[in-house]
Design a protein around this ligand. Sequence first.
Ligand SMILES: Cc1cc2nc3c(=O)[nH]c(=O)nc-3n(C[C@H](O)[C@H](O)[C@H](O)COP(=O)(O)O)c2cc1C
Length: 184
Amino acid sequence: MKNVLFIVGSMRERSFNRQLAKVTEGMIADRCNVKYLDYRDLPMMNQDLEMPVQPVVERVRKDVVEADALWIFTPEYNFSYPGVLKNLLDWLSRPMDMSNFQNPSAALGKKVAISGAGGKNMTQSCRAKLTELLDFMKMDLMHESQTGIALGLEAWTKGELSLTDGQRAELQEQADAFCAFIEK
Ligand SMILES: Cc1cc2nc3c(=O)[nH]c(=O)nc-3n(C[C@H](O)[C@H](O)[C@H](O)COP(=O)(O)O)c2cc1C
């Protein structure tokens, strides 16, 4: 079984993206061990805080390094990705051993997939910008399959994610593609 680390780009307790991650977990649980990254205590990037490496940064990087692959579930904020997610990725982009800038980051070459739930735009702009960022960080992004969910009225009124058959099928397709992708 592969070890997969889920990263939710929302800090909200009842986050639709966290709920989407839970649905996805059910789809791959027979093939992968799923863990959720807790990065709530990560400080805002500040180069003064990089050395010595803080325990929270070390723990977050360790979780990423130990995972065979990552899967990011994120809302779209103002046509882009949320600041908390960018902050996490900034920490993951830096060399783990700062004595030499050629040293690898925790994110380097890491397999990663993207999904998002949001408004009518289906997180399309967020996912496009995140694609650019993960490529820049030299991560191994699964480009060919992403899922974008436009939340329905029921979700907004009840606060609960409900997927249409089509959306569920799209997610299932990505889940299967992801499992094949991480075996490569
Ligand atoms: C600062 C901010 C900006 C937002 N901008 C967008 C946006 O550009 N596109 C969109 O679809 N939804 C936008 N939303 C709405 C979010 O998609 C919505 O609140 C969603 O439920 C957040 O995801 P979560 O439930 O996982 O926390 C924005 C929300 C916030 C807080």
